[in-house]
Write a protein that binds this ligand. Structure first.
Ligand code: DGJ
Length: 721
């Protein structure tokens, strides 16, 4: 029997080599099949077409008995006909027909522009009546992103269940990392072997969630911040998600992502198209390198916030629902005195919202709480030279609200019932044009009437049983589109206003919402010890300037832990700094401490918000250390926190990665995080610092002081020659 050795389109294959910043993506294309990635990972050098063909040839596996006798190449949108045995990229049917499409007549268009290499592929399945379009682009940062669109070219309805993209990773990527969490404990990492089968994280909450998978990462076992190859995908979408890793016995491993669609949610009529969200894919040698590509990509966006990130005072943990003008003006005075630059009035200013049981949906200033409107507080804050910000939660509704009484049909409902309340609230169905227009008008009026520079946009419940109230159909996809449109329109009308994405803390952090927001609230947990981890892992996707980090009260409201100002200040300055504590209740000494950290942040935010984030792999996990190195490597700031007690005592050396190996740096403790409360300092620190090269600092480092648990130490490194 003659056995086919090569995929049947070998003769027609050509190659695209996308290369940027140490990443190579080799795409195999042919007129007969969808593109597939022959390689996504480390740079392969300057390889010509012939060498790429040889690479392709070398990658064809031998035919073994009883294996599926077609190519094992997983196309970017995997398909059964191309030999893929795992999850299909297109899942859907025309009442049971056309469920296994074969796309042919594939046209590929290379369309590079400055800093971006693009490949666009279009294909049709004339039998199934489908057209597919795949876009792929490699950014100058080495970040790859891809999305696809499916059009129904048939005469009748096509029900789409899933449209997913899957990227291959090599067999060396044998360990998985993704995330889970809960309210006040977001982004808890979980690792496991990349075993056979499917590891899928399905998000059905209408937002990525407090337990968001965030990224699906595969890497060489034991990968760490600074070592071990890693490949990761993220879905830039704020609704339901499906993020997965799949391994099948023919050797293939993929990382995949797509929107999770509910039954009947997407039914394409003739000529209708479903567009998938972007799937972002980052490769790196170590997690810092993977994160660095996301950071570089985000920082290159035209709308990335580049002005100095203002120090915020947020009223929530200071006053909660107590909107008393005297109390709030006193808080604003104290905010100005410690050097804050933005004052954010949180929940409770509108409608009947005196607690969390009522008022959501009624975005008019409460005459009860604010008899003279918001002008007295806005004018007072502006008079102090601070920007004024305000809290809203536009996608939600309390049944006890004027809006719900006037429009009960705008509350999500399915099966003839509204679902269960959560935090006494329900989802407001923005797919009703009237609801969307009404909320737009109310928020537009608010932003036009008052001098508001910042909106904290909250989303405080999982949207389960989110049905369109007239017919009960699932509506999260359309709701997400409507929310994006609402934000886009408000931004168009008020281009100077900045927006924050908050969802009970970090429940909606993704690159979809970040196309239209300028900051995320990482967590409702202001306990600095918890924040060390939450911010570290939130930083896997986002650079520090996008991550809200506040100096909270002590004891912390969410954990009851007590921390000194050193840990609270020294942790919060590594994000977009804020204060969320009743400053009017602090002693003069405590206020001076807060002011010192605000001054530190204001002095160094140019570095902290443009530099390269590094995380230090230390042998003892009792010490969590990280830093930011200036883009030109002329200076850096590092932090080491004793997150618990350790048997190793004193704690040993802090290595300082990321510096220029051959430059000499002066390394000094950095007030106010200079270890003054550590009892004693190591000799190098007690004698005013030490000069070492970047190579010596990365490999040998400097000794840490005997830090008390839940205390930190900051050092700076400045190039001297
Ligand atoms: C949840 C947010 O995360 C908090 O910061 C605060 O804004 C409350 N909602 C207000 O209800």
């Amino acid at each position: 029997m003659q056995r086919r050795l090569l995929p049947d389109d070998t003769h027609a294959r050509t190659y695209h080599h996308l290369r940027a910043a140490g990443v190579s993506v080799v795409v195999v294309v042919s007129p007969e099949r969808l593109p597939h990635l022959l390689h996504w990972g480390a740079d392969l050098g300057d390889v010509d077409e012939e060498a790429l063909a040889a690479l392709d040839l070398a990658a064809v596996p031998p035919l073994a008995h009883n294996t599926y006798e077609v190519s094992r190449d997983a196309t970017l949108v995997p398909a059964f006909h191309a030999g893929w045995l795992g999850r299909p990229g297109v899942l859907g049917s025309r009442q049971g027909r056309d469920w296994s499409p074969r796309f042919v007549e594939v046209a590929h268009l290379r369309d590079d522009d400055e800093g971006r290499q693009r490949l666009l592929s279009t294909a049709v399945d004339p039998v199934a009546g489908l057209r597919l379009r795949i876009e792929m682009e490699l950014d100058a940062s080495g970040l790859l992103r891809a999305r696809s669109a499916l059009t129904n070219t048939g005469p009748d309805a096509y029900e789409l269940t899933a449209l997913r993209l899957a990227l291959p990773v090599p067999a060396q990527a044998d360990e998985l990392l993704d995330f889970t969490g809960r309210h006040t404990l977001e982004r808890v990492p979980q690792r496991q072997p990349f075993s056979f089968g499917l590891h899928a994280r399905e998000v059905r909450q209408g937002r990525p969630g407090l337990d968001s998978p965030y990224l699906m990462i595969a890497g060489r076992p034991g990968f760490a911040s600074r070592s071990g190859e890693v490949w990761g995908v993220h879905l830039g979408w704020s609704g339901n998600q499906d993020l997965y890793a799949e391994r099948i016995p023919n050797g293939a491993r993929v990382l995949g992502a797509g929107e999770l669609l509910q039954p009947g949610e997407i039914v394409l009529g003739p000529d209708e198209t479903y567009q998938s969200p972007w799937v972002y894919a980052s490769y790196g040698d170590g997690l810092d390198a993977l994160a660095g590509r996301f950071h570089a990509w985000l920082r290159a966006r035209p709308r990335h916030p580049r002005s100095p990130r203002p120090v915020i005072v947020n009223t929530w943990e200071a006053t909660y629902f107590d909107h008393d003008l005297g109390r709030l003006t006193a808080l604003a005075d104290a905010a100005a005195a410690v050097g804050a630059e933005r004052f954010v009035l949180d929940d409770g200013w509108f409608g009947s919202r005196r607690d969390d049981t009522s008022g959501l949906g009624d975005w008019q200033v409460s005459a009860q709480a604010w008899p003279d409107g918001l002008a007295p507080i806005v004018d007072h804050v502006r008079g102090l030279g601070l920007q004024f910000g305000i809290w809203v939660e536009p996608e939600m509704i309390n049944l006890d609200s004027d809006l719900a009484r006037a429009h009960p049909e705008w509350v999500f409902a399915t099966g003839g019932r509204v679902g269960s309340p959560a935090r006494f609230q329900h989802g407001l169905d923005l797919t009703h044009p009237g609801a969307w227009q009404l909320i737009l008008a109310a928020l537009d009026d608010l932003l036009s009437r008052y001098d508001i520079g910042y909106v904290k946009w909250d989303h405080n419940r999982a949207l389960v049983e989110a049905g369109h109230s007239t017919d009960g159909r699932p509506v999260i996809h359309a709701q997400t589109v409507a929310t994006y449109a609402l934000l886009d329109e408000l931004r168009r009308r008020h281009p100077a206003v900045e927006f924050e994405s908050c969802a009970s803390g970090g429940g909606r952090i993704d690159l979809g919402i970040l196309e239209r927001t300028d900051r995320v609230w990482a967590s409702d947990c202001n306990d600095a010890l918890e924040r060390v981890e939450i911010q570290r892992w939130t930083g896997l996707l986002l650079p520090p300037e996008l991550i809200g980090a506040h100096i909270g009260p002590t004891p912390a409201h969410t954990t009851g832990r007590r921390h000194g100002m050193q840990l609270r200040g020294g942790t919060a300055v590594f994000g977009h700094l804020g204060i969320e504590s009743d400053l009017t209740a602090l002693s003069a000494a405590e206020l001076a401490d807060v002011a010192a950290w605000v001054a530190f942040y204001r002095e160094h935010r140019d570095l902290l918000h443009t530099g390269t984030v590094v995380n230090v792999d230390l042998p003892d996990s009792a010490v969590a250390a990280h830093g930011v190195v200036a883009a030109d490597r002329s200076r850096a700031i590092y932090s080491a926190t004793m997150v618990r007690r350790s048997v190793t005592w004193p704690p040993g050396a802090l290595t300082l990665p990321g510096l220029d190996p051959s430059t000499t740096y002066a390394v000094r403790p950095m007030p106010p995080g200079d270890g003054a409360d550590a009892g004693s300092l190591p000799l190098w620190a007690a004698t005013g610092g030490v000069e070492l090269t970047g190579r010596q600092l990365a490999t040998v480092g400097v000794q840490l002081p005997p830090l008390l648990p839940e205390h930190l130490f900051l050092v700076r490194a400045d190039a001297v020659r």
